[in-house]
Ligand binder design. Structure first.
Ligand SMILES: NC(=O)c1ccc[n+]([C@@H]2O[C@H](COP(=O)([O-])OP(=O)(O)OC[C@H]3O[C@@H](n4cnc5c(N)ncnc54)[C@H](O)[C@@H]3O)[C@@H](O)[C@H]2O)c1
Length: 444
């Protein structure tokens, strides 16, 4: 069997390529970012993802995995070409398809034999056909009108922070294709998963594309729903954890994604909810529930700013130790992290912020907080205890494991005040009160 190519070596492409090589396949990972490819070829991983470095090193060593910037080389040596490039939100929330179309075009410009082009990026419904037309047009122009190729949709459901495990043990594999031969080729690629009884959904291109958006919008709705219930719990003195537990025990509801917090973020849920809304508008099937989810989620982040301000009786000249910047634990990804609007909101109301994250400091510093400095009241700290020095309040924004086991008496000693805003509900209110903190969670 020839190699498999993966175009784009970000969170999804690198995990996909590495895990497929771990399945025993020969994989070429291609990216236009030469610095990234150089680093990867040396075994240096440009992202923080638990377990990934070991698998990259192992499969590089075994000669099953290699990295290149040459699309011609990758395409020439592969029958199956996965596209896993970014689909960021555009200015108006619609999906920016530039990278997917450029990647597909770059394949079409060099292909000289039959290929299966597999789209792994999250893309609006109709993209498979669009890619097909684009590739067909380029082949015609190149005088290769008779060249056969298939386009397949294979959306990815992995989560950053547990991406390797998610890829190796997915809840399901979704394959949208136009014919059985292409579907069978995909089944062969995922044979290892097929053999461990992973459910496979074989369907059309359009259905596969829509499954990904529907799943992410539903997860976003679940989070947002429990956040709103938590806000009501705050108002009436109820405990959202008991509400969520009792709700989740109903098999029709399920217990996952019912944990309240400061609002969802990350590289997927915000842009995919927007993408679904745009698709609904484009096809005359407005997605009102998802529109409301987006609005409520924006509100939730600002509500957290208000909660801290009200708890402290004002933010002017208050110093806040903020623990966690990444949108979730076990990742360095700062894309659409709730920490960004929340910290900016706190600073705008006069607070000073001493921030620390175990993995995302560099991305935060180079990315969304690049324009902030000490004169704006924003200080990057060496660790959680450094952040707490002289703080009036401590704010947990991301529930990294190391923040679950804080040396609380030590923190108390370092702080000027005793307010503790636990926006991930990591600690027990009664325990915190016993330690002398003025504790506020979300919905309890
Ligand atoms: N990150 C996640 O948790 C996750 C989960 C499921 C699905 N997805 C989807 O997967 C896709 C990729 O997301 P990501 O987070 O891995 O993105 P990313 O930004 O981390 O990586 C994209 C990579 O593609 C490269 N690239 C861009 N254009 C290229 C081209 N023409 N040729 C070759 N390489 C090119 C970039 O240099 C970059 O390295 C998106 O559609 C995303 O919605 C992401």
């Amino acid at each position: 069997m020839n190699s498999i190519s993966v175009i784009g070596t970000g969170y999804v492409g690198l995990v996909t390529g590495t895990c497929l090589s771990e399945f025993g396949l020969r994989v070429i990972c291609m990216d236009v970012d030469a610095a990234k490819i150089q680093a990867l070829s040396r075994g240096d991983i440009p992202i923080y993802e638990p377990g990934l470095a070991r698998l990259v090193a192992k499969n590089l060593e075994a000669g099953r995995l290699r990295f290149t910037t040459g699309v011609a080389e990758a395409v020439a040596e592969s029958d199956m070409i996965f596209i896993a490039v970014g689909t960021p939100p555009g200015e108006d929330g619609s999906v920016d398809m530039t990278h997917v179309l450029a990647a597909a075009a770059s394949v079409a410009e060099v292909m000289a034999g039959p290929k299966t082009i597999v789209n792994k990026s999250t893309v609006p419904v109709g993209t498979g056909r669009r890619v097909k037309d684009l590739v067909r047009g380029i082949l015609d122009r190149r005088g290769h009108a008779g060249l056969e190729f298939d386009v397949v949709s294979n959306p990815e459901f992995l989560r950053e922070g547990s991406a390797v495990r998610d890829f190796m043990h997915p809840d399901r594999v979704v394959i949208g294709s136009e014919n059985e031969a292409a579907a069978a080729r995909m089944r062969d690629i995922y044979n290892v998963l097929y053999l461990i009884d992973t459910p496979f959904i074989f369907t059309t291109l359009e259905t596969a594309e829509l499954i990904k958006y529907a799943a992410n919008a539903f997860l976003a709705a679940k989070i947002t729903f429990i956040n709103e219930i938590a806000n009501l719990c705050d108002a009436v003195g109820a405990d959202v954890h008991a509400v969520a537990k009792a709700m989740g025990l109903d098999g029709r509801i399920g217990k996952y994604f019912l944990h309240p917090g400061p609002g969802f973020g990350g590289s997927c849920l915000p842009k995919d909810t927007q993408g679904l809304v745009k698709a609904g508008q484009a096809h005359g099937a407005r997605q009102r529930v998802t529109e409301a989810v987006i609005e409520a989620n924006e509100f939730q982040k600002q509500r957290m700013v208000g909660k801290i301000e009200a708890g402290l009786g004002g933010l002017t000249d208050r110093t806040l130790a903020v623990l966690g910047l990444a949108f979730k634990p076990e990742t360095d990804d700062m894309r659409a992290a709730p920490s960004v609007p929340i910290i900016r909101g706190l600073l705008a109301r006069g607070a000073r912020v001493r921030a620390y994250d175990p993995a995302a400091m560099e991305n935060a510093w180079r990315g969304p907080f690049a324009s902030l400095s000490e004169t704006d009241g924003f200080v990057c700290c060496a660790d959680e205890y450094d952040a707490a020095k002289g703080a009036d309040a401590l704010v947990i924004l991301t529930e990294w494991n190391q923040f679950r086991h804080l040396d609380l008496p030590r923190l108390r000693g370092l702080m000027r005040g005793r307010h503790f805003f636990d926006l991930r509900n990591v600690y027990e209110p009664a325990d915190m009160a016993a330690l002398g903190f003025v504790y506020a969670g979300v919905g309890r």
